[in-house]
Write a protein that binds this ligand. Structure first.
Ligand SMILES: Cc1cc2nc3c(=O)[nH]c(=O)nc-3n(C[C@H](O)[C@H](O)[C@H](O)COP(=O)(O)OP(=O)(O)OC[C@H]3O[C@@H](n4cnc5c(N)ncnc54)[C@H](O)[C@@H]3O)c2cc1C
Length: 482
């Protein structure tokens, strides 16, 4: 198809304006969002000789990665993404090597705790009745098997096969008791920030599939989703990528408000403060739920609009509790604990021994988290500390320092880690939901088919979107040379 015909097929019409010309900054590609995916896309484009600018809404790069130094100067608190592994996350691993980043292994030595039920060895089943243990194990293996059976490209068909149940229905259909349902709820709340009755079973299985299955995604052991942390913070990945870009590639504090596509002059991007940028192509890396909040002309296809208006970001907050010593290790515990009665769904050891930083990270997620977030800051902290006390079942020392981050309150995230797509939307997504539309390409961790919702997924998606443009622009250059 000739370019003009292609444009007409995209529904892009020439725009005519009688207004006087306004100063516009020009580049070949504009990337919206300076998170990991946007930075990776910029890296790949520039390596291919294609000019680009990143327009980032916040005053920093990193998006959902945000590593802040502790007041005690004893290391970094990971307010956003924290864990990776060096077995099946090759893009993160390559950057870790390239930038010479120091990694620490997640502590799994010692017992875990399930509130009101007691302790159990890491990797074994929680201390439930024999019957509950058997049903929990069966649900886990069934989810694991289905994760590998769901067809990522045909989720609509998977619905026909596996039904439109949510994860809670799924657990109940397998005979789950109350306590087993609550454990299944911890999976969905901790992984997506939503309750088990708010997420389609097929979507959850597809999500887990992208990370190699439920067990691998939830594991803190070698090759698992939570196996390693960055001694100096995950944001060092973003700084490494940004520092390798041409000067002034990243323009911070520039929320994009309008995108116009036009056959004769390509793309016009207008920031909230009226600054204007022109490019041949655009990569959007913003979470899909934001697409409907940007004025895009001509509008995106019906299925992207559906996704944007119907997908939901879960409630996600982290509370960091820093102690003078790792008291849980002295009790023979590894720091991994599951809460049932209060706002804390999970705790994990977030210490960096090398820096003398001893901390527990508390995941405050899902419905209970959303209710907790309504209280004032002092009350929130008191509740978290009291709940951690209850989970561990004894008077634990008071933290020396605390830090809280509520992602749902962030204007440019509004939740985390990845939007949840309802079953009704999955059915209508028979075609590739992330195909480019006109001159706009789509990246961001949720668009990835591997480690969706994770740093690896963000990097893979950034490279994929950049690759789409490199292919198109190099074909145009080849044709022009003939
Ligand atoms: C609490 C938490 C824990 C997590 N834990 C892990 C973990 O342990 N391991 C792991 O691998 N991953 C984890 N993640 C997920 C990981 O952080 C993300 O997958 C990854 O950082 C996403 O990168 P991204 O580029 O796709 O999106 P983002 O980081 O969301 O980047 C999008 C960017 O777009 C910007 N933006 C938004 N709107 C506009 C606009 N209108 N104009 C311009 N810019 C805009 C945003 O400011 C942002 O910088 C976690 C995330 C959170 C929040």
């Amino acid at each position: 198809m000739a370019p003009a015909q292609q444009d007409a097929a995209f529904g892009i019409q020439p725009q005519r304006s009688s207004e006087p010309p306004v100063q516009e900054q020009k580049t070949q590609v504009i990337i919206i969002g300076g998170g990991l995916s946007g930075l990776q896309a910029a890296h790949d484009l520039q390596a291919a000789g294609i000019s680009c600018l990143i327009l980032e809404a916040r005053d920093r790069v990193g998006g959902k990665l945000w590593s802040v130094p502790l007041g005690s100067e004893k290391g970094y608190v990971e307010l956003g993404g924290a864990w990776t592994n060096d077995v099946n996350q090759p893009m993160v691993t390559a950057l870790v090597k390239k930038f010479g980043l120091e990694m620490v292994t997640q502590n799994i030595i010692g017992d875990c705790v399930l509130e009101d039920h007691g302790r159990f060895l890491y990797g074994s089943d929680p201390p439930l009745s024999q019957e509950d243990k058997a049903i929990f194990a069966e649900i886990r293996s069934r989810v694991e098997a289905l994760c590998h059976a769901v067809k990522a490209t045909e989720l609509g068909q998977s619905l026909t096969k596996h039904g439109e149940m949510n994860m809670d229905d799924f657990a109940v259909s397998m005979g789950a008791s109350n306590i087993v349902r609550r454990l299944v709820n911890i999976w969905t709340a901790a992984m997506l920030g939503v309750e088990s009755n708010q997420v389609s079973a097929v979507f959850f299985m597809h999500y887990c599939q992208t990370g190699g299955g439920l067990i691998q995604m939830r594991s803190d052991g070698k090759g698992g989703g939570q196996s390693m942390r960055f001694r100096h913070g995950t944001q060092s990945l973003c700084y490494g990528l940004r520092n390798g870009l041409k000067p002034e590639t990243v323009i911070c504090s520039t929320p994009v408000q309008t995108i116009q596509q036009d056959i004769s002059s390509g793309c016009l991007v207008i920031a909230r403060d009226g600054r204007r940028f022109r490019s041949d192509r655009i990569i959007s890396t913003i979470p899909s739920v934001f697409l409907s909040q940007i004025n895009i002309l001509p509008p995106l296809s019906a299925d992207k609009c559906w996704l944007s208006t119907h997908s939901k970001l879960g409630f996600y907050a982290k509370v960091f509790l820093v102690y003078s010593e790792p008291w849980w290790r002295k009790l023979g515990l590894c720091g991994l604990a599951q809460g049932l009665s209060g706002p804390v769904a999970l705790t994990r050891d977030a210490s960096i021994n090398e820096d003398g930083l001893f901390a527990l990270i508390c995941f405050v997620v899902g419905q209970k988290g959303a209710e907790w977030a309504q209280k004032d800051a002092k009350e929130r902290l008191i509740e978290v500390i009291a709940h951690v006390d209850r989970i561990y079942g004894k008077d634990i020392p008071l933290p020396l320092e605390t830090r809280e981050q509520i992602w749902s309150n962030e204007e440019f995230s509004q939740g985390a880690p990845c939007p949840v797509v309802p079953a009704s939307c999955l059915r209508s997504l028979s075609q590739d939901q992330w195909r480019p539309e006109g001159y706009i390409h789509f990246a961001g961790t949720e668009t990835s088919t591997v480690w969706k919702g994770y740093m690896e997924g963000a990097l893979v998606s950034g490279s994929r979107a950049a690759g789409e443009i490199i292919d198109i622009l190099s074909t145009c250059t080849d044709q022009a040379a003939q």
